[in-house]
Design a protein around this ligand. Structure first.
Ligand SMILES: [Cu+2]
Length: 196
């Protein structure tokens, strides 16, 4: 029901750098380096940082994730439809941003299915990507805390065409006019995609 979090701690990054250095040294001695094809797909239970620290050339990114570029100042593509169980990766392409679900726990109108955790993650040069695996069908609207007027996106997890679900509601009164307009236009696109 909830997604898996992947955080890159400073420690993991340092461990990765150390492993690369070691791999480089091993290369000099003529060994084939063995193993380490890095199947660690970064989509585990959050404890993977320890295990895959020694595969050097790989990182924590899930191989077959759907990628959304976090640019200045867009989520690109802005709206995608995916099957349940798909991992989405938001990838830093410039600027300082967040990926933040419209969620009561983030003190915003709930615009993701009930029972889903409240994602609020930095996407910036020190925290270059974030992955979330979507299990619960429905419409998920999210935004960037740094650019709440411009940066709004939507993920549609197939299998929920309830027109009254949270992610298809009219924007609440707290939305500024431009953001409200974006939400309405995303609602229209989502209904189109869902055929409702
Ligand atoms: Cu932003």
């Amino acid at each position: 029901m909830t997604g898996n979090r992947v955080r890159r701690s400073r420690r993991q990054i340092l461990a990765g750098a150390g492993a690369m250095l070691l791999a480089g040294l091993a290369g000099c001695s003529g060994g084939d380096g063995g193993g380490g094809n890095g199947n660690g797909n970064g989509n585990g239970d959050g404890s993977n940082g320890e295990e895959n620290g020694d595969d050097g050339m790989e990182d924590d990114r899930t191989e077959d994730a759907e990628e959304i570029n976090v640019e200045a100042n867009d989520f690109n593509p802005q709206i995608i439809e995916i099957e349940p169980g798909t991992t989405v990766r938001w990838e830093h392409r410039g600027g300082t941003h967040t990926v933040t679900f419209y969620h009561e726990d983030n003190e915003r109108q709930q615009r993701v299915p009930e029972g889903v955790e409240a994602v609020d993650e930095d996407i910036n040069p020190g925290s270059e990507f974030y992955e979330f695996t979507f299990e619960e069908p429905g419409v998920y609207d999210y935004f960037c805390q740094e650019h709440p007027e411009q940066m709004i996106g939507s993920i549609i997890v197939a299998g929920n065409d309830d027109p009254d679900q949270p992610g298809l509601q009219e924007p609440g009164e707290e939305f500024e006019p431009f953001a409200a307009q974006e939400i309405r236009s995303l609602n229209d696109e989502a209904r189109n995609i869902l055929g409702i």
